[in-house]
Design a protein around this ligand. Structure first.
Ligand SMILES: CC(C)(COP(=O)(O)OP(=O)(O)OC[C@H]1O[C@@H](n2cnc3c(N)ncnc32)[C@H](O)[C@@H]1OP(=O)(O)O)[C@@H](O)C(=O)NCCC(=O)NCCS
Length: 407
């Protein structure tokens, strides 16, 4: 059969999918991402793959001969950091039919996606994927993800000095783990516990939404019940049970007791890892004192579009979590985005504002992500002058997305 060779041009119409495209879109993604058909996007991302206009309308697509040839999803989210609510565009499901690869369809859809994101007033965009592939659209690996690994055998050394007396007592009081269904009484407690997380995405408050979110990427939510079957803590773990990406409780003692109980529940050779947010706080300090292993990596690919808004949210959240030393620094950002921002800590106040005139430091858009948000220290990205030396003490500023919100 003669294969028709297309080239990207005026004839390629980019459309937003609709509810009626649900089956075709999921089948297309399953095929493109797994040749053996082992992936099921509807099961993996039950929050995003729902047959409604709203959900499917997030997908940009090109059809060839009536069939889907390429898809890119742009999923609007609200990322809360302390008091601030940032509009985040998550990009996912970037896919081209193998029969149409190398013809520029991904570029066509990514160009459109970024144009829509800019026009839509998003503060920042995020995606998971190859660093160099997406650098062309302004993305850079940045942010901090801390992973703490705890071995079951280390529990016997755990004492009140490390865990805290209240947490140790709560753990020793015991309990049992139970899976949670959407009609479980635990859901309202779980929704309230989430409000305590300093960095989180909005996920709706009803139990069906909550169930979908906590099951994303093949995770399972479980609650730790006390002797009277009252929910005391939540742990959300991956399929093997070893990777814990989210947890919660009404206070830090119960949170830590739940974490110890989860490690205890594994086999003797078992170790569990916990992905933590990058803000200083008691849980992270306990992890740091207790974990058998600690690793730190970037938190995905980010593209900041509104520097004053994102830096203000991040600097304020960091300062609120644990006060930073007074100081100021100004940075000019050039290239994909342009901005000149001044950052200042003065007592209780964290301020970020656009500035006129010369700045202490100038970096390009990609370097600005690494300089300010890590994962490495600022000196690994730029020669930081004395006039901006406060950055050494303040950075990496927090930038992170919970694993269950990955798209
Ligand atoms: C990744 C995928 C979508 C690319 O499809 P494609 O048809 O080759 O896409 P295009 O023809 O538009 O080319 C895109 C390439 O141009 C590159 N590009 C974009 N702008 C560029 C520029 N200005 N200069 C040079 N290269 C550029 C992109 O980085 C990308 O490179 P890479 O795929 O080698 O990393 C396709 O291989 C696919 O569907 N793979 C399976 C699913 C998958 O892995 N998706 C990505 C999930 S993160």
């Amino acid at each position: 059969m003669k294969r028709v060779r297309y080239s990207v041009g005026m004839s390629d119409e980019i459309v937003h999918l609709g509810a009626s495209d649900f089956d075709a879109c999921v089948a297309f993604l399953n095929r493109v991402f797994s040749e053996d058909g082992s992936l099921d996007f509807a099961a993996m991302l039950p929050t995003i793959y729902q047959p409604t206009e709203e959900h499917m309308g997030c997908h940009l697509a090109v059809r060839r001969g009536g069939d889907l040839a390429a898809v890119v999803g742009v999923f609007p989210m609200t990322l809360r950091m302390g008091e601030a609510a940032l509009r985040l565009a998550g990009i996912g499901s970037v896919s081209v039919d193998p029969a149409h690869r190398g013809e520029g369809l991904m570029r066509l859809l990514m160009d459109r996606a970024m144009a829509e994101i800019r026009a839509g007033g998003f503060h920042l965009a995020w995606l998971a994927g190859q660093r160099q592939r997406y650098a062309y659209w302004g993305f850079e690996r940045a942010g901090v993800r801390q992973r703490f690994t705890i071995e079951k055998r280390s529990l016997k050394h755990l004492d009140g000095a490390t865990l805290g007396a209240g947490a140790l007592e709560a753990w020793r009081a015991g309990g049992r783990w139970s899976a949670v269904d959407e009609d479980d009484d635990a859901w309202s407690a779980i929704a309230d516990w989430r409000q305590r997380r300093p960095i989180r995405c909005d996920r709706g408050r009803d139990a069906i939404d909550a169930t979908r979110w906590l099951r994303a990427h093949h995770h399972t939510p479980r609650v730790w019940l006390d002797g009277e079957d009252r929910p005391r803590a939540l742990v959300v773990a991956n399929e093997s049970g070893q990777g814990v990406t989210e947890w919660g409780a009404s206070d830090v003692d119960r949170e830590l007791a739940g974490i110890a109980a989860w490690v205890e529940g594994g086999t003797d050779e078992h170790s569990a890892w916990f992905d933590a947010d990058p803000l200083p706080g008691r849980t992270n300090r306990v992890f740091s004192a207790w974990a058998d292993g600690t690793s730190r990596s970037d938190a995905g690919n980010w593209c900041v579009l509104d520097w004053p808004a994102v830096l203000s949210a991040s600097l304020s959240a960091r300062h609120a979590a644990d006060p930073l030393p007074n100081g100021e620094a100004s940075v000019q950002i050039t290239g994909f985005t342009q901005a000149a921002v001044g950052l200042r800590i003065d007592g209780d106040h964290a301020q970020v504002a656009e500035v006129d005139g010369p700045t202490a430091l100038a970096v390009d858009h990609h370097a600005a992500h690494r300089l300010l948000f890590g994962p490495v220290a600022p000196a690994f990205t730029a020669d930081v002058p004395a006039a901006a030396s406060a950055l050494h003490a303040w950075c990496p500023l927090p930038l992170w997305l919970p694993r269950l919100d990955y798209v």
